[in-house]
Design a binder for this molecule. Structure first.
Ligand SMILES: C[S@@+](CC[C@H](N)C(=O)[O-])C[C@H]1O[C@@H](n2cnc3c(N)ncnc32)[C@H](O)[C@@H]1O
Length: 202
């Protein structure tokens, strides 16, 4: 897939010129959002001007494409617990003014001082933790309003040693207590034992 590029990158990140506009190749084997789109996800609720809280941004591969999608009027708060990944994300944020690095544990909301008072249009969550639904739910209560959206990349093998199908149904039932589920899309062959779930707070 090709995404409109927000910044000129002189060949880095697989930059191509198509119809005199710079576009970047978005690799579904490296990005679960892209894998969802490649598998026919209908509802990617990220648009120009949106503010996005991205939990588990790592070095920023997918975040850089979210940065392109929200454009210069938008903002992406990238949260990650790993100082090593965050160092690289900080460098990326110097090239992309709409990225805000937040070195933090998405489980610990009480001292999220950098994000105090922030409300976002979208939460993207890709932290591969056993309590992914709990992390999403508490972040959504704090940062997401009712008619806004989340995109959860659920890694079933991080949750329990059961079949992916069983875990997906169990975790979906947990989500349904607080959220309306709009779409679910399995990510094979790009990512094994993963599903993308899109929803909105009730
Ligand atoms: C699969 S990687 C994310 C890849 C990234 N979303 C992308 O597509 O470019 C998962 C990331 O979640 C981070 N992570 C795990 N637990 C976390 C937590 N409790 N809070 C914040 N980040 C966490 C890890 O450090 C890791 O960088």
């Amino acid at each position: 897939m090709y995404n409109k590029n927000l910044v000129r990158e002189n060949g880095k990140f697989y930059t191509l010129d198509l119809n005199s506009k710079e576009r970047r190749l978005w690799d579904p084997y490296r990005s679960k959002l892209c894998a969802g789109l490649a598998n026919g996800l209908q509802s990617l609720p990220i648009k120009e001007g949106d503010s996005v809280l991205y939990l588990g941004c790592a070095e920023g591969y997918t975040c850089s494409f979210v940065s392109d999608l929200v454009g210069v009027q938008g903002i992406v708060y990238g949260v990650d617990i790993s100082p090593y990944s965050m160092q690289k994300f900080v460098l990326l944020s110097k090239e992309r003014a709409n990225l805000v690095p937040v070195l933090w544990d998405a489980n610990k909301l009480d001292k999220y001082e950098l994000l105090e008072g922030v409300k976002v249009d979208v939460i993207v969550q890709d932290v591969a933790q056993k309590n992914q639904v709990e992390i999403l739910t508490k972040n959504a209560r704090q940062f997401l309003e009712k008619n806004k959206h989340f995109i959860l990349s659920l890694k079933t093998s991080s949750i329990a040693q059961k079949s992916a199908k069983e875990i997906i149904e169990e975790e979906t039932r947990k989500l349904e207590k607080d959220f309306e589920i709009l779409e679910r899309k399995r990510l094979e062959p790009f990512e094994k034992k993963h599903i993308l779930i899109v929803g909105s707070p009730r």
